[in-house]
Design a protein around this ligand. Structure first.
Ligand code: IVH
Length: 699
């Protein structure tokens, strides 16, 4: 790569990492797995090390973790909470040793190895032996005061005492114990470690949630982090979190990292029983292999080992590179793959009737998340894998958040495995199934298919359509089972009394739900069209179609009935529809069929009689400011959510695209913008910030 190419790659990596860092550390959500983010960081780190002239202050390698949220008091870390450099192979680990030996050839090279728990870093501060405050890492310099929540963790002593332990106490230790005793009487002691949730507790919590019909948590790490950042300590208390310390920050005269671990044990903390001294690199490597084998059986999730130069004087001499100490490294485990048994293969149906086979497994924890099912996509894929029900399969989650069946371990077959065949008729309605030429997807073609119909109900009430909060899929199914709704118009005629026979509804929630439904009887034209679930008509097409429809509305009314809208849409011929920009023949055909179908006509009439009001966005001069202009959004805006900004752009006649191309007119870039920014620069697309945007819409 040329220097220019390297710089460009570094910039792209920085933006991408920053975007995902914000999602993960600040918002506790994610789009990519840890393994993927780690590998991006790793590449950036390597490139920066090889080209130090490109290291900038704002590089993700120069900071740690996320920003503190406002809801907790801020705590300043007197000693920064650093992070660790990752290595992923023995080769990289050996390179690390070569580097440190070069930096400080006279050092003492004995290593301390310990487990790297996949949890949440916490700093504990004891004053005169009493736990005074506990804080999160935050950005490494300023964290959040989470003392109340941390105090709910039983494995954290609220007051420190010396627990005499013959195994570790020898003459050397006696000197340390004396100085620790002094600090406990008068002085401060800072201890850092990892808060985590055991696999067992995590599985129990999810089991309970499943019983109650609540959404399941994704993994122990996020569940632990979420519990610590709750304002109500009762929640943390109910979560049975644990704490494993890994360092004493306060100087008590320790010679090495091992001494800190011994003192921590004497002070009554939990201890990593695998941790210890390894006298050379090959010992560390066998430790790594050994733990890798045990990994799945441990009570908690780990994502690697932490290997530190044990001797404190050498460790200090080695100093800090970026925000990581040179004398320690995270020796990570490879991206996770796991095996499990396929218990069943079911068939799911989508709103458009597409049938998808789904494999159901015995639950496995993989790549940090419980996996119980994975889409098999289509019949051809099942044939390609040669998969049978009862087979043991390899599932992979690396690189991709969506788990995937990689292959079948055919040697483990016992002869009882069963072939799976896609059904000849729709498993939900018994209707005819068709596979169009050249397509791999099977579809149920019965217009009245109940399962298609339930998907349609879900779509109708979803956020981007009528947005009826509280009417989730489970409740919709229940209402359909009870015969209370047979099409989506019925939702609006539900009365409180209808809901009472349904379990889980106390009187209050029934009345609330009815209120929520009645409040949603007004909708914008585009959302209305989208809500109908016309095949191939997604959000963008619905907007386009809404534009053409509103142009036909007489006397620029701002509110119209369903009748008015549907008669305009029905009046469009196939040719008219194809003439609309961005609507191709396939989409045009689907729209045309929809509005000329007798069943849909009945449904639309029903909606009309329920007095659904459709709002037509005002056409004013401003509307033309962005007329036919294509916008792409990146990063976070202060004054708008993404959806709001999109709405504003559309209301001024603009269009939204998800990726930057030559056709893009403006890139609206907020804070922490992603790789789209570079692409826009490359293609010389006009980049505007929030201020510019505000100016444009207010001018
Ligand atoms: S030592 C100098 N030891 O990993 C950094 N960290 O990637 C001090 N972690 O923020 C970290 N187990 O949250 C250390 N035994 C262990 C650890 C450990 C888990 C976490 C910790 C830290 C992150 C660094």
């Amino acid at each position: 790569m040329t220097k220019k190419g390297i710089k460009q790659r570094i910039n792209k990596l920085k933006k991408e990492i920053n975007y995902h860092r914000y999602l993960y550390h600040v918002l506790d959500t994610r789009e990519i797995s840890d393994a993927v983010l780690d590998s991006l960081k790793h590449e950036l780190y390597r490139l920066e090390q090889q080209n130090p002239e490109f290291i900038t202050e704002d590089s993700p390698t120069q900071r740690v973790g996320g920003e503190a949220l406002d809801k907790f008091k801020k705590v300043y870390h007197k000693v920064k909470m650093l992070s660790l450099e990752d290595v992923f192979s023995t080769g990289e680990f050996e390179d690390w040793e070569k580097r440190i030996k070069k930096v400080s050839p006279s050092g003492k090279y004995e290593y301390f190895g310990e487990l790297k728990i996949d949890g949440f870093a916490i700093s504990l501060n004891y004053e005169n032996g009493l736990l005074k405050f506990a804080s999160t890492r935050g950005d490494g310099e300023i964290g959040e005061d989470v003392t109340k929540n941390i105090k709910t963790i039983e494995s954290i002593p609220l007051a420190l005492n010396i627990h005499e332990d013959e195994n570790v106490i020898n003459d050397d230790m006696n000197i340390y114990i004396k100085s620790i005793k002094k600090l406990l009487e008068r002085g401060n002691l800072e201890i850092r470690g990892e808060v985590y949730m055991s696999r067992k507790v995590f599985l129990e919590i999810n089991k309970e949630r499943k019983k109650k019909g609540e959404p399941l948590y994704a993994n122990p790490r996020n569940t632990a982090a979420g519990s610590i950042r709750q304002l109500d300590p009762k929640i943390a208390a109910s979560r049975k979190l644990e704490f494993l310390p890994y360092a004493i920050i306060t100087d008590f005269g320790q010679d090495g990292h091992k001494d800190e671990h011994n003192i921590l044990k004497i002070l009554g903390f939990k201890r990593d029983k695998y941790a210890g001294i390894f006298s050379n690199i090959s010992e560390v490597e066998s430790f790594w292999k050994d733990i890798l084998k045990r990994r799945e059986k441990l009570a908690y999730q780990i994502d690697g080992l932490v290997i530190s130069v044990n001797d404190n004087a050498t460790f200090k001499k080695l100093g800090v590179v970026g925000k990581a100490p040179r004398g320690a490294v995270a020796f990570k485990f490879p991206a996770e793959e796991s095996t499990t048994k396929v218990e069943d293969i079911s068939v799911q149906i989508g709103r458009t009737g597409a049938l998808t086979p789904v494999a159901h497994f015995l639950p496995v924890l993989i790549g940090g998340t419980i996996v119980t099912r994975a889409s098999l996509h289509n019949e051809d894929e099942i044939r390609r894998l040669d998969l049978k029900i009862g087979d043991t399969v390899i599932i992979k989650r690396s690189g991709d958040v969506i788990p995937k069946v990689v292959s079948v371990l055919k040697n483990l077959r016992v002869g009882k495995e069963m072939d799976f065949k896609m059904p000849k008729n729709c498993p939900f309605c018994g209707g005819k199934i068709e596979r169009k030429e050249g397509e791999v997807i099977l579809k149920c073609v019965n217009k009245k298919c109940s399962a298609k119909h339930r998907e349609a109900l879900r779509h109708f009430t979803s956020k981007k359509a009528f947005d009826i909060v509280g009417l989730g899929p489970q409740i919709l199914n229940k209402l359909a089972d009870e015969g209370l709704i047979s099409d989506f118009a019925d939702i609006f005629s539900l009365r409180e009394g209808d809901l009472l026979p349904i379990e889980r509804f106390a009187e209050r929630s029934a009345s609330k739900l009815i209120e929520a439904i009645q409040q949603k009887k007004e909708i914008t034209l585009a959302k209305f069209i989208y809500s109908l679930g016309i095949q191939h008509v997604g959000e963008e097409t619905a907007l386009t179609l809404a534009g053409s429809t509103s142009a036909e509305i007489k006397s620029q009314k701002s509110k119209v009935t369903v009748d008015e809208v549907s008669s305009i849409l029905k009046s469009f011929s196939l040719e008219d529809l194809e003439k609309i920009q961005d609507i191709g023949p396939k989409v045009a055909e689907s729209i045309h069929i929809y509005f000329n179908d007798i069943n849909n006509k009945v449904l639309l009439e029903k909606l009309n009689n329920l007095n659904i009001i459709i709002n037509i966005p005002k056409v004013n001069l401003k509307k033309y400011i962005f007329s036919a202009k294509v916008f792409v959004l990146t990063g976070e805006l202060e004054g708008f959510t993404r959806d709001k900004a999109k709405e504003v752009i559309r209301s001024f006649g603009g269009e939204i695209s998800s990726s930057v191309s030559k056709k893009t007119d403006y890139l609206l870039a907020g804070e922490n913008h992603g790789s789209k920014y570079d692409k826009a620069k490359e293609l010389e697309v006009k980049i505007i910030n929030e201020k510019d945007f505000l100016k444009m819409i207010n001018s």
